[in-house]
Design a protein. Sequence first.
Length: 399
Amino acid sequence: MNMISDALQRVKPSASMSISAIALEKRAAGVDIIPMSAGEPDFDTPEHIKDAAKRALDEGKTKYTVVDGIRELKTAIAAKFARENGIKVEPSACFVATGGKQIIFNALVATLNPGDEALVPAPFWVSYPEMVNLTGATPVIMQTSAATGFKITADQLAAAITPKTKWLLINSPGNPSGAVYTKEELEALAEVLRGHPHVHILMDDIYEHLTYGTKFYTMAQIAPDLAGRTLTMNGVSKAYSMTGWRIGYCTGPDWLLKAMRKLQGQSTSNPCSIAQWAAVEALNGDQTFLDGWRKAFVERRDYLVKRLNGIEGIECLTPDGAFYVYPSCAGLLGKTTKAGRKLETDEDVALALLEEVDVATVHGGAYGLSPHIRISYAVSLEDICRACDRFEAFVAGLK
């Protein structure tokens, strides 16, 4: 008798987390793995944020909180939206969850039914379509390419919308591509959406503070008339190197937040109380360290892109945000490695890099767009240099 639910059987495991787990196991066994598969900054959480958590512990703030976050954090979130995005909301219109992933999960599970559709541009973060699948709804994948900067166009959006469409998911800056939608591009999408009032917009802005040249905008900022059907999601994981603290937040229409609150109240309940107080300091406190982090990421990105484009068979765009590159490996397919592995797919390439030269990456098929691999540059410049040396030697050995 199969005891696993039909809903869960529709969901695939996270490829990026699986690869990262293998890399961690190999490193624990003493293998000199270069981990370029994880989606988290290599910097430590800033000291003033850790100090705030310590104070919260000392002050006994270790009890249950309101299901969707303490008022102090909601106030800090509202101030952040007003200060950085021009979105003016009351603290009561803000919502806190255990990571940005739970925000998205709550929103989709609270609204989608079998027969509904959610538009998911590819390449996509691996969890988007799987969360949609879990609800019984259908993820409609919208393919992009390097030619469009891995971004959908207004014409493409107009052609994809049907009467069944309930959500459009946009991640900018994007994982895995690092693509950033410009103000003009978002305005063009907004114009299409105005003609389809049944479509809601989920803006995943988790990499907002990690942009390099292209100014960041979010939909409710440039199209306030759509705010009533837009969920604007963010969190402290990427900008403040707080991935393990698990705090995500959002603002959106009241009916949606009420539904998400109901779901969270019967699942995880409140996010960690100590992490919430740390997040208050993250949003309200000193932000100057971000300049140094962005400078380091730009240096790493530029070095990595240059080295990759110097490898025969690899083509790599320069991303405008996040900390990933998403090079095409089409030129490697059909070849055979020194160990005798035939490279037929981008998954073969990623596995061969892991097994034969100890460089952990993630295959593009996991993100819905092949043949690519995602490489994180949230590692030291020294490790990036060593990884490129290994990659070059790997490709030189192909037959």
